[in-house]
Design a protein. Sequence first.
Length: 252
Amino acid sequence: MRSLIERRGAVATVAPSMREVPIDENPGAFAFAEELLAGNVDVMVFMTGVGARTLREAVETRFSSESFLAALGECTIVVRGPKPVAVLREWNVRVDHRAVEPNTWREVLSIIDSDVPVENFCVAIQEYGEPSDEFYRELEQRGARVLPVPVYRWAFPVDVEPLYTAIRSTVVGGFDVLLFTSAQQVKNVLEAADQIGLRDEWLTAAGKCRIGSIGPTASDTLRSSGLHVDVEASPPKMGQLVLQTIAGTEDT
């Protein structure tokens, strides 16, 4: 990310705001595995590549790899984006449906509405950090039984001081542009600002910056937090996020 920014002639400050923490004792994953191996899962939705790998690692502490992959092969497989596709190809598990960009749960729901009947079916969803409650409600309204599968959660970085420093720099006007590559980043930045007593000050200062968002989910979170979104990357890639956001500052 730093390299992408600096190649555009800008000065980059990269402050990690989150890390993925696997859920060590994962009863949700084991409950899913039991349902899957019993043939009770009709549709399996993979939301992330790292989540798919973590799920398999958890399941294989109790069940064989062969039985897990064979049971997946009996399901309709829907994926949110390219990373879970790559993982499933490694496993030789076919992908039946892949969501189009910007790869949010709304695109997954669109696939289900057009191609995947779910009424009276069990739909298992590999989560990615936080439950997608709105997505689950939409599926339930269509008659599905939703089986959430938690595999990891979001935490702060081990060293949170660079994030605190970036928040303080924002408050004193140290940045012209703020870039966010996930909704959880927004939530963690706000929580970190709250921890050092600067939430309101950070929001005010951030509102004076040019803000770039990686995609609709991050944009929704920014707006719900009271911030504007100047640029939403299209397609939702880091290179395009940097290019499109910084391009708008070059004449100012």
